[in-house]
Design a protein around this ligand. Structure first.
Ligand SMILES: NC(=O)c1ccc[n+]([C@@H]2O[C@H](COP(=O)([O-])OP(=O)(O)OC[C@H]3O[C@@H](n4cnc5c(N)ncnc54)[C@H](OP(=O)(O)O)[C@@H]3O)[C@@H](O)[C@H]2O)c1
Length: 266
């Protein structure tokens, strides 16, 4: 099983998502701050090192909570994302500076273009990203929701630094990226960060995975995450210690080839 390094930090095999923590779509929610910080620190204490957030999540409040919970830890890798209406050069620079402030860090470890925007040339956004690396606002850059064509464009737009990651939806019910994006990313040494790896929790009820799990004494969730680890770093989101414990239990085993193939062909 792969042990991953990204942006010069060790990240283990699994990360953590924060959608819904601190609010929703451009909307802040302060009502569960204490619990949220506790949950994020619990995930860290259990060994998770990569945390994914975005300026859009809770209108920046998710970043504030991630920062408050985790910015004192040197070995954490924080990923944040710029929204698709902020991809013009000056807007992107401004967004990154604001995100860095909310996170309370010296540099954002990994900064991603959240979604492409067909009205703004990729070169312009990548150029701004490279300036942000030069000025130390971010340490490395990547993209999210980019298909092969766009990813190729992003790679070719970069003049000084590499595009290190593409964050995409990847779970056992959505494996279409295995045919194109994943092989392309591998060839170009780009890490795949798998979002919605639990299909929003639906996977907990999967009967095929449950049956496979019986052989390993593992749950459907643990089997599904372990499957994704072969090609990606999954970033499940959870809001309970029990869920985090279950997620952590996906790391310490390896699926046999025959079971991997069953899931691959599901
Ligand atoms: N780049 C993008 O465009 C993009 C898009 C979507 C998501 N993301 C990122 O990816 C992260 C993960 O994706 P997601 O939040 O969409 O969905 P997900 O991780 O597939 O699923 C989250 C859901 O699964 C539940 N869950 C967690 N652990 C569980 C367990 N052990 N048993 C049963 N249910 C469990 C959670 O419940 P509780 O919360 O109650 O624990 C939550 O409802 C996001 O948080 C975000 O950081 C990125």
């Amino acid at each position: 099983m792969r042990e991953l390094r990204l942006c010069n930090k060790e990240i283990g095999k699994i990360g953590f998502g924060t959608w819904g923590i601190g609010g929703g779509y451009w909307q802040k929610d302060y009502s569960r701050d204490k619990e949220s910080i506790e949950i994020l620190r619990y995930a860290y204490d259990k060994g998770i090192r990569l945390f994914d957030t975005a300026e859009m999540y809770g209108d920046g409040h998710s970043e504030e909570l991630v920062g408050r919970a985790l910015n004192k830890y040197e070995d954490v890798l924080i990923v944040s994302k710029v929204w698709s209406n902020h991809l013009r050069h000056d807007d992107l620079i401004k967004s990154a500076i604001n995100s860095r402030k909310r996170l309370g860090v010296k540099s954002i470890d990994l900064y991603l273009i959240h979604w492409p925007n067909s009205r703004i040339p990729i070169e312009e956004s990548i150029n701004a990203m490279e300036e942000l690396i030069d000025s130390g606002v971010i340490r490395c850059m990547g993209v999210s929701n980019f298909d092969v064509e766009l990813l190729d464009k992003a790679i070719h737009s970069a003049k000084k630094y590499e595009v290190v990651a593409n964050e995409i939806e990847y779970n056992i019910y959505n494996k279409k990226s295995e045919k194109d994006i994943i092989p392309f990313a591998k060839k170009n040494k780009i890490e795949i960060i798998a979002y919605s790896p639990l299909a929003k929790g639906e996977i907990a009820y999967d009967k095929t995975l449950k049956k496979i799990g019986e052989k390993y004494n593992k749950t459907s969730i643990q089997i599904a995450l372990n499957y994704l680890m072969k090609n990606s770093i999954p970033i499940p989101k959870a809001f309970s210690k029990e869920h985090i414990d279950e997620i952590i239990g996906s790391i310490d085993f390896e699926l046999k080839e025959e079971d991997y193939e069953i899931i691959k062909n599901m």
